[in-house]
Ligand binder design. Sequence first.
Ligand code: MUC
Ligand code: MG
Length: 373
Amino acid sequence: MSPILIERIQTIIVDLPTIRPHKLAMHTMQQQTLVIIRVQCSDGIEGIGEATTIGGLAYGNESPESIKQNIDSHLGPLLVGQEAANINAAMLRLDKAAKGNTFAKSGIESALLDAQGKRLGLPVSELLGGRVRDSLEVAWTLASGNTAKDIEEAERMLDIRRHRIFKLKIGAGEVNADLKHVIAIKQALGERASVRVDVNQAWDESVALRTCRILGDNGIDLIEQPISRINRGGQVRLNQRSPAPIMADESIESVEDAFSLAADGAASIFALKIAKNGGPRAVLRTAQIAEAAGIALYGGTMLEGAIGTLASAHAFVTLNRLTWGTELFGPLLLTEEIVTQAPVYRDFQLEVPRTPGLGLTLDEERLAFFARK
Ligand code: MUC
Ligand code: MG
């Protein structure tokens, strides 16, 4: 039997509106931009993937435009003519030829897994070794920038049983105002919800030593990336002193970063993101490092749409312990879908499909409508 080959890789930038502005320390999102990747194979099967970041270059080294350009000019041509079913060989070929570019590689790896799953009639989770659960607890981010609006939004989410874990984006404002905002929300929600913060690197160590203590003493369950990813010594000291556990997010830009953070004792929780490790298989290598080091796990997001969200979810359902749940709510932040059936959220959980591949079909009309011209 002749091998099935990759025939064509296509990238499409899609701009989608969000339900409200989403305010982070380094950027306020007014919309989200996805890069959709379509991999056509010689057996007629197409795999779909997504490579999405936040705020152009505000978050990381890759922008939607650079992801598209680098796949179109460099990564895509390396894969055309290669065996579609040999994902190890395909990803090794990319790693040999291109440093970094984990977002672009993640989108490609997701599409190859989707194609292989469709080919074999298996969900991606089963290609990754098999799931140990069918759904994932999902946190919601309160990021309207307004305390009263955030409390109202949280109450609505509790009422409709969609979320009971809330992450507050802080760091853009004055420090004491941010603390007041967080404590007011925790007091309003009490024991009905887990309240956590994400500082997106905005503080320095001198500020964080004080603020982490105040947050911990006021019932905040977790503090995500309080200081710069570059300040490793500061992260180690904070991890030793903060009464609330410290989670590494921006500090992990590769599987190797995860290893060195674990070796240094710089965090007690890792945010797992397929985009920052190079794909659903790559993120599981980071999870294994964490498990071996006794570091707890959290399923992170780059606020992807349905495709990137389910690519992440298929990896996360294979994990034994996801102590801190996930934040795979990206599709819920968008007002529009480019797939025929949106992911299902019910009873605080995201359900992970058991249909072949990622379990999604592109809605060609909606995709064409929202594709950047
Ligand atoms: C981040 O830094 O964690 C994830 C959820 C959210 O609201 O923002 C992202 C990025
Ligand atoms: Mg974060």
